[in-house]
Design a protein around this ligand. Structure first.
Ligand code: ADP
Ligand code: MG
Length: 396
């Protein structure tokens, strides 16, 4: 995988640089409630400005469906972004953009209005690509989280302007390459979460690539059911047991060892610290019980598996971690992975909305080699798909 980075941009003095960032931050009452994405954008923006470029940020905000509106205006993100950058940031709307861009000074930073105010943005319409391209000399894509979409600002621009990966994009691509592109073996994957149906393509792709596939969470129940185990009232997609069997067969053929829990934490009601809580063998789940977490014996065995591995990729919690004590397996395994990473014996890459929340809950997100906050793009990458925004950055 080769792509150009900021290191390949040469002298940027007075160059007009269009930078695609992800500024789609959650807001409540006019305040940004989580500024992770703004902080992720900062290194690229500051570096370009410091190198004398005239920096124009392109981003979408919400789903305005091609209609300009106050609700979806990026104007309200300008002040919080300026705060994170520690620099003044100008706002430029789509009425006077040409004239405003012409007044940008070297090292100045501006946020252009929501790219999705143009209906052609999401259609990758050449006219919109041209509209954006006319404002800049160079293009930087720093939004991995939007790279699974072939839109004008995420893909089209890379074909008409010299294109480079920003620092966040670069870090993401390097980490993902290490985890699944050309990983050090043995490789383990942890896949958990609620449903098999949302991660079928992930599982199918992983069995061909990893040495150990650790299945936890609600989706493990479907696999247990496929093996003839009665999972009681557990979340289980009984209509997918055939598919689960196919995945197990494919794993067998590919030499991938699948690890399913052999003890589990169950209860009759789904509540915090329920009175009916108990740990049992998977063969002993009663008809009125639900499996809500992987059991301690299985977790210990899985920790031993991780100790033999050099690379780990993780998506999906092992149990219903939002409710105590069903966070135990996720927390324990996450801490093992973090400790092995710190020792230098494991490269650990994780991603997924709830997975990131679970790792934060375990207090170890910072100890993983890389944690992707990209959501949909991360999952598509785990499915082995080519992300159009990334493909367009690839050299030759
Ligand atoms: P991610 O967002 O990281 O991709 P998912 O959305 O696939 O993860 O799954 C996360 C959800 O799975 C969590 O809300 C968690 O409570 C749920 N979950 C995990 N294990 C179980 C289980 N045994 N029964 C029911 N829900 C579960
Ligand atoms: Mg989720």
């Amino acid at each position: 995988m080769t792509f150009k980075t900021l290191d390949d941009m040469g002298d940027l003095t007075s160059k007009r640089v269009l930078v695609r960032e992800d500024l789609n931050v959650p807001m409540a009452d006019g305040q940004v409630t989580d500024d992770t994405r703004l902080r992720a954008a900062a290194p690229t923006i500051l570096e370009l400005a410091d190198r004398g470029a005239r920096v124009m940020v392109l981003a979408h905000f919400g789903r305005p469906k091609g209609q300009p509106s106050e609700e979806f205006s990026l104007k309200k993100v300008v002040a919080p972004f300026s705060h994170v950058l520690g620099r003044p940031v100008r706002y430029i709307d789509w009425e006077g953009d040409k004239a405003a861009v012409a007044t940008l000074a070297d090292g100045e930073i501006a946020v252009l209005e929501n790219t999705r105010f143009f209906g052609g943005e999401e259609k990758n319409d050449p006219a919109v690509v041209e509209r954006f391209a006319s404002l800049g000399d160079l293009y930087v894509n720093d939004a991995f989280s939007a790279a699974h979409r072939a839109h004008a600002s995420t893909e089209g621009l890379a074909h008409v302007l010299p294109a480079f990966a920003g620092r966040s994009m670069e870090a993401e691509l390097v980490a993902l390459e290490k985890a699944l592109g050309s990983p050090e073996k043995p490789v383990a994957a942890v896949v958990g979460g609620a449903k098999v149906s949302s991660k079928l393509d992930v599982l199918k792709h992983l069995v061909e690539r990893v040495d150990h596939l650790i299945i936890g969470g609600g989706m493990a129940n479907t696999f247990l059911a496929a093996r003839g185990i009665d999972v009681g009232k557990s979340l289980c997609e009984h209509d997918l047991t055939g598919t689960a069997d196919e995945i197990l067969d494919a794993a067998d053929k590919a030499g991938c060892t699948v690890h399913l829990p052999y003890d589990v934490v169950v209860s009759k009601e789904f509540a915090a610290n329920p009175p009916s809580l108990r740990t049992c063998n998977v063969h002993e789940v009663a008809a009125d019980e639900m499996i809500l977490d992987v059991g301690p014996a299985a977790v210990e065995a899985l920790a031993d598996v991780l100790k033999t591995c050099r690379t780990l990729v993780w998506n999906g919690p092992m149990g219903a971690f939002e409710t105590v004590p069903f966070d135990k397996a996720t927390v324990a395994l996450a801490r093992t992975a973090a400790a092995l990473t710190k020792e230098g014996s494991l490269v650990s890459v994780a991603g997924g909305g709830d997975t990131v929340a679970a790792l934060n809950h375990a207090g170890v997100a910072g100890d993983f080699s890389f944690v992707s906050t990209a959501g949909g793009a991360f999952l598509e990458w785990m499915e082995g798909r080519v992300l159009p925004g990334v493909a367009a950055l690839q050299k030759d």
